[in-house]
Design a protein around this ligand. Structure first.
Ligand code: 0RA
Length: 638
């Protein structure tokens, strides 16, 4: 008896140390303590439910955000096991919730497939929560346990009975505000985006998201899995054929690919590993790309569309206009690092390549007219690429000769050291005028761009290079573009996009971000690209003038003023042009006062995706998109 008490104590201490480790280093378990990590808490629990779905044991998952920011995740899986753990002498539920890495130890044969960070799962969430409660429906009973900061408040208790067939897990938690200190919380759109992707790659599961704070709700269910995903991505594009779907399991690795060519010029291929969107790609994506290039070249040669004297299509040629998803389910996925999501398992490349080569080649053999259309597109693309190369060489050679001729509209600064200089890209001539007068001409240069610069989706690289606005941008920066890009030529260390806080402004910013993303990516990687934050309002009260940058700030300030019986006047800045030069300097350009958002590669990639939608030839969805997103333009840094 005494012995047992001692061993329970020892176990208890071990648990406490485990939980304490999570609370001391949240970064190791959920990637930090910021808003991204906050969302990660939800994903960790949902990943467990998704695992049940992948095991064929669950088809319904719901996530409810309560008004008090607590979250409840419900699934109809098998339920977390509750039997008494033979060594630890407590309910398995308690072990799962309080011990790190306890996920896969129960239930013979099932493995954790979805790829949450380290797969630590529920116990890390529990440790980082002010309180957490779990209800398990299993064996015809409802089991319950409550925790505070990860510590069980009582042993697991039976609190009711249900029919034996009703199984599942209900996890509720409120994040610990002493750990997550930011003033931002769960974003409906961020969660919806993730759940949409998860539902696409986990066929037939229904994922519901309910936000009680704003009375919003959305449900995802895609009977067609990743084929539906491809259809969804191509909803505003003209397609060359029906979606091609390839599926196979090799050595316990599930491989699924869906592909469809369109008349667009860009590539939209997304890769998933265990339902996680691996934005940095990896071996599954490489396998897919190599397979396509190889099977298209093989087919074109076999059918004498490519002659002996013709060179092979390059990878770029075979990817133009391609929309695709590759989704793999691996029992032991290896990722490059915690934050960058890139799949590293080498064997995956071989398997994906094999499966897709076979599958796509036989698709072409069975659909010869579609195959010809695809190859025709590759030919056009190869020719355009050759033409663009010539045009670019010409521009580069020219710009080498004319390296002294900067665009006429550029108001350059006097400083020459790129460590110190800044280039403001400003929308419109009137705002450009204010910026020119307001700036510090010692280190700040202004380049006004007129109107919408261009349409980079429909226009090709060679045409883009001939666009006047883009030409001045390229020559002002001094780096060249595309394969000829050379960061050492950069004339300004900070490039700041300054656009109005309205629909057109957001459109132009998307265009610019897409341009930088596609043709000057190292600028973004190296942190040279920024977005200016002009104020939305000027509030004058008494003798004071306050600029406010968000709707929340405005509400807060007005409340304060009126609470003290004060009066105020409110001026809304619709455009930069409405501010006089001094104001523009004070609020948006003076390094002492301004806020700049640094553009990261994910923002740019998101803009790139948005861009396809903005530029699509079908108008209605585009209007809707602009209208629903115009209000969110200030949140680019999340
Ligand atoms: C351990 C083992 C088994 C399932 C789970 C954990 C499980 C965890 C969570 C977390 C949220 N929902 C969940 N559903 C299941 C396998 C159970 C078995 O073999 O019966």
């Amino acid at each position: 008896m005494a012995k047992q008490a001692v061993s329970y104590n020892a176990n208890d201490i071990q648990v406490l140390e485990g939980l304490e480790a999570v609370r001391r280093r949240p970064g190791m378990y959920v990637g930090g303590t910021d808003i991204k990590a906050l969302h990660h808490l939800i994903y960790e629990v949902v990943d467990n439910s998704i695992d049940e779905a992948l095991a064929g044991e669950c088809d319904n998952i719901s996530v409810v955000i309560d008004k008090d920011e607590s979250v409840t995740i419900t699934d109809n899986g098998r339920g977390i096991p509750v039997d008494i753990h033979p060594e630890k002498k407590v309910s398995a539920l308690e072990v799962v919730m309080t011990t790190l890495h306890a996920g896969g130890k129960f239930g013979g044969g099932s493995y954790k497939v979805s790829g949450g960070l380290h797969g630590v799962g529920s116990s890390a969430v529990n440790a980082l929560s002010e309180w957490c409660e779990v209800k398990v429906y299993r064996n015809g009973k409802i089991y319950h346990q409550r925790y505070e900061k990860g510590i069980p408040q009582a042993p697991v208790k039976v609190i009711g009975s249900v029919p034996k067939t009703q199984t599942g897990t209900v996890t509720s938690f409120r994040y610990d505000p002493t750990i997550f200190k930011g003033d931002e919380t769960y974003k409906f759109e961020t969660l919806a985006q993730r759940f949409r992707e998860m539902a696409f790659v986990t066929r037939a599961v229904t994922l519901k998201l309910v936000d009680e704070r704003e009375d919003k709700e959305i449900s995802f269910h895609f009977e067609g899995g990743i084929s539906s995903f491809v259809k969804y991505l191509n909803r505003n594009r003209d397609t060359l054929h029906d979606v091609v779907y390839i599926e196979k399991e090799i050595e316990d690795i599930g491989i699924e690919v869906a592909l469809q060519y369109t008349d667009a010029y860009s590539e939209s291929v997304y890769a998933f590993a265990n339902t996680i969107n691996t934005i940095d790609g990896g071996t599954h994506l490489t396998g897919l790309r190599m397979a396509l290039t190889r099977s298209i070249n093989d087919y074109a040669r076999k059918n004498s569309i490519l002659k002996d004297s013709d060179p092979n299509f390059s990878g770029d040629d075979t990817r133009e206009g391609l929309t695709g998803i590759v989704s793999i389910k691996h029992p032991d996925p290896q990722f490059e690092s915690q934050t960058k999501v890139k799949l590293m398992n080498a064997e995956v490349q071989t398997y994906v390549q094999q499966v897709v080569s076979e599958g796509f080649f036989s698709f072409m053999e069975q659909n010869s007219s579609t195959a010809r259309k695809i190859i025709q597109k590759c030919l056009t693309s190869a020719r355009a690429r050759a033409a663009a190369r010539k045009a670019r060489d010409l521009v580069i050679r020219k710009s080498a000769l004319e390296s002294m001729t900067l665009p006429g509209k550029l108001a350059d600064c006097s400083e020459r050291d790129p460590q110190k200089t800044e280039l403001y890209i400003v929308e419109g001539d009137s705002a450009g005028g204010s910026a020119k007068q307001g700036r510090d001409r010692h280190f700040q240069a202004i380049l006004p761009l007129r109107g919408k610069i261009l349409n980079t989706e429909r226009a090709r690289l060679d045409k883009i290079l001939n666009n006047r606005e883009v030409k001045s941008l390229i020559s002002a920066l001094g780096t060249g573009i595309g394969e000829g890009f050379d960061l050492s030529g950069l004339r300004y260390g900070r490039i700041v996009i300054m656009t109005d806080a309205d629909v057109d402004g957001s459109h132009i910013r998307t265009l610019l971000l897409t341009f930088f993303f596609r043709y000057m990516q190292p600028l973004i990687d190296e942190g040279h690209l920024y977005i200016a934050q002009p104020p939305l309002y000027l509030i004058t009260h008494g003798r004071e003038k306050d600029y406010v940058y968000t709707e929340e700030e405005r509400e807060k300030l007005i409340k304060e003023i009126t609470k003290n019986g004060g009066r105020f006047s409110l001026q809304r800045y619709k455009g930069l042009g409405e501010m006089n030069p001094d104001q523009l300097w004070e609020t948006t350009m003076n390094p002492e006062n301004r806020t700049l958002l640094v553009v990261n590669i994910e923002d740019a990639a998101e803009a790139d995706r948005t861009f396809d939608m903005l530029m699509g030839s079908k108008v209605p969805p585009r209007r809707r998109f602009i209208q629903t997103h115009a209000k969110e333009v200030r949140n680019l840094d999340v």
